[in-house]
Design a protein around this ligand. Structure first.
Ligand code: SF4
Ligand code: SF4
Length: 416
């Protein structure tokens, strides 16, 4: 969308020169009219409007005003329409970026102010123009080539930009949308609140004994981020069912598979300590605390698989927001010495809010939250971009430094 607005943005910028109606505006308006006249579909020559002083009327300036002000208003409407499918659409840049850009533009305007030329005079050919090469380069390009060449260039680039969404990489079969299981949905609306793309609506529940409303996914809007599965209270690994079926899940990466893989890892060394009979009797804890560290990451963020080694077990999710916080507690209770949750950098989530929701859930500011009884010392939340594997490695090292000597029995207060 941002790329596809370049054509109207150029027209709007050029229209600003016309409204000024100095010799540069006159040159640009005349050159544009001649360029448009080169189209075979244009029946009467637009350039005629600029051959005599009395040919320029208020109507022409109404057109200029429309190009310079009416088009931006239409663009704003188009952008507003475009973001209707987004929840919590952010239309303002971050404060630091906005201030930085403002200061930079003000400094540039002071350093190189744009000065008007002499007033337009249709009985004279403008000379010695100070061209704005960023916007008005199209006129010398037309002179150096031909109007047909520039039309072909504009049409070709516009077609390419409009075809971008349909290029081969986007034509791969789309990832499956989230699927709701009515029997496990109580209508709590957490998935509805957390979905970044407004793909979920709440409809009357077919079984009112379970809940009054039921989540319903619009597959056309769903981008398969899994954030809804991380929000669902049914996604807790502590449920005793052999098959963990949650209220809303991702067919390509079910919560049950995550629990299975985590369980298998936690049952093997170094997560599960092999205690001697005496140690087991001495221990008052039912927790099996080993020396391994679990790392949860995201397919779109830093490659956590690179950290997989003897005492580190990694799990990459569709988005870190897919991780129900109860999995952190589950890992710690069942053998992990520490857990690292690696989310994308602030504002860098592929799916808009994954890193934000994850942080809020782990800090207890958003449902489902990580229980306050979980030892915060043993949980590291890291914000890491694609190339920031080292940041996650540092968090792993911090957790390693907290570990008791190998073989020691660590009592877990939650199981005491
Ligand atoms: S997978 Fe993502 S986009 Fe799809 S319904 Fe769930 S939260 Fe919304
Ligand atoms: S979060 Fe789970 S239980 Fe709550 S509405 Fe969504 S699917 Fe249903």
């Amino acid at each position: 969308m941002r790329l596809r607005t370049w054509l109207p943005v150029f027209a709007i910028a050029i229209g600003g020169f016309w409204i000024n109606w100095d010799q540069l505006g006159q040159y640009s308006a005349t050159a544009t009219a001649e360029w448009v006249d080169a189209l075979p579909v244009v029946s009467s020559a637009m350039a005629r409007n600029f051959i005599a002083v009395n040919a320029v009327s208020d109507r022409l300036f109404s057109l200029f005003v429309f190009v310079h002000i009416g088009l931006p208003l239409m663009l704003v409407f188009g952008l507003w329409f475009h973001i209707q499918r987004l929840t919590r659409a952010a239309v303002w840049p971050p404060c630091a970026l906005a201030v930085g850009l403002g200061v930079m533009l003000a400094a540039l305007a002071l350093a190189a102010p744009v000065a008007s030329h002499a007033p337009a005079a249709l009985d004279r050919v403008p000379d010695a123009l100070r061209l704005d090469w960023i916007v008005l380069f199209v006129h010398p390009l037309t002179d150096a080539t031909s109007p047909a060449f520039v039309w072909a260039l504009v049409a070709g680039s516009a077609l390419l930009l409009f075809a971008l969404p349909f290029l081969p990489s986007r034509l791969d079969s789309p990832a499956p949308a989230a699927v709701v299981d009515a029997a496990n949905c109580n209508g709590c609306q957490r998935c509805f609140a957390d979905c970044p793309y407004a793909a979920i609506t709440m409809v009357p529940h077919p079984n009112q004994r379970i809940g009054r409303t039921l989540a319903q996914v619009d597959a056309d809007l769903c981008v398969s981020c899994g954030i809804c599965a991380g929000a669902c209270p049914s996604s807790t690994p502590f449920r005793s069912a052999a098959q963990l079926v949650t209220g809303i899940d991702m067919p390509q990466s079910p919560i049950n598979t995550l629990r299975q893989r985590l369980r298998e890892s936690l049952r093997a060394p170094p997560f599960a300590l092999s205690l001697s009979k005496g140690q087991r009797e001495a221990s008052t804890s039912s927790a099996r605390t080993g020396s391994g560290i679990v790392v949860f990451g995201c397919d779109h963020g830093a490659d956590v698989a690179r950290l997989q080694c003897g005492d580190v077990c990694t799990f990459s999710l569709l988005c870190t927001g897919q991780l129900p916080p109860s999995f952190v507690e589950y890992a710690l209770r069942d053998g992990a010495a520490g857990v690292v949750v690696a989310a994308c950098r602030d504002g860098g989530c592929e799916f808009r809010f994954g890193e934000r929701w994850t942080a809020e859930r782990l800090r207890g500011e958003r449902e489902p939250h990580l229980r306050a009884s979980v030892d915060a010392e043993r949980v590291e939340l890291v914000f890491a971009g694609r190339g920031d594997v080292a940041l996650i490695a540092q968090a792993v090292d911090r957790l390693r430094s907290l570990m008791p000597p190998l073989g020691a029995v660590v009592s877990d207060p939650h199981h005491a």
